[in-house]
Design a protein around this ligand. Structure first.
Ligand code: NAP
Length: 232
């Protein structure tokens, strides 16, 4: 059987880059996407993988047009996406009352709408092919149980991303081999997490790669950290 193909957003650095490495290690073909094409190409060089297994594409997830353009290019090239990892994110500070509306809008487009548009573009073909994995990279900041800790709009957008996971998994519940889940990577040493974070990128990527490669009997519609279900 041909290798499955995974598309990862924000694959040029941090957790997304490590997810690309992990998925290649699992034998998947990977489409590493970045908003800056040079950054994407540099990241692919750093991965140093066979060119046939690794492709780079440009996606600015905050732009519905950019998402659509990439989906059109892949369709024209005859490339099917079996696994979608919605990883790209930004982390602007601020409270509800103090966040600039433009920053709130960009945060929501990047951390929520990007994933929503990507699902709209790629999940229909998963339905036709009756196989798919979607991993929405969320955060404990998006957990109601934890009280939505963290910057206001970041937290609210991650909670909305979790809602997307639950809703889409419900819509696809009759498809046995399509799995839609959210992952919390924990606090990870990246540009976003900072140098003082306790987890390595390998630890942060582990649950995401696990969810992206779940077997047919695996869970759907859940929120996971360290491969264990956590409350929304
Ligand atoms: P990071 O090192 O800051 O990397 C963020 C990635 O997202 C970069 O590749 C960045 O691209 C990309 N990105 C940002 N805006 C984008 C856009 N509009 N279009 C396309 N790509 C965009 O962050 P990270 O720590 O790896 O975070 C990855 C995910 O994990 C995020 O969703 C984050 O919320 C989540 N997370 C992280 C932590 C943590 O402790 N690090 C904890 C919980 C959840 P550029 O290089 O072009 O900026």
């Amino acid at each position: 059987m041909a290798a499955r193909t995974a598309l990862v957003t924000g694959g040029n650095r941090g957790i997304g880059f490590e997810v690309c490495r992990g998925l290649l290690g699992h034998g998947l073909d990977v489409i590493l996407t970045a908003r800056d094409p040079d950054e994407g190409r540099d990241a692919a060089k750093r991965l140093g993988h066979a060119r046939s297994a690794l492709r780079t594409e440009t996606i600015d997830v905050s732009s519905a047009e950019s998402v659509a353009a990439c989906a059109d290019r892949l369709r024209e090239a005859g490339v099917h996406v079996d696994v979608l990892v919605n990883n790209a994110g930004i982390y602007p500070p601020g409270t509800v009352l103090e966040t600039d509306p433009a920053v709130a809008d960009e945060t929501f487009r990047t951390n929520f709408w990007g994933a929503f548009w990507l699902c709209q573009r790629f999940v229909p073909a998963m339905k036709r092919r009756r196989y798919g994995r979607v991993v929405n990279v969320s955060s404990s900041s998006g957990s109601f149980e934890d009280g939505l800790p963290g910057p206001a709009v970041y937290s609210i957008a991650k909670a909305a991303l979790n809602a997307l996971t639950l809703k889409l998994a419900g819509e696809l519940s009759s498809f046995d081999d399509i799995k839609i889940n959210s992952a919390c990577p924990g606090w990870v040493r990246t540009r976003m997490g900072g140098r003082g974070a306790p987890r390595s990128v390998e630890e942060g990527a582990d649950t995401i790669v696990w969810l992206a490669t779940l077997p047919a009997g695996g869970p759907t519609g859940g929120f996971f950290r360290d491969r264990k279900r956590i409350p929304w």
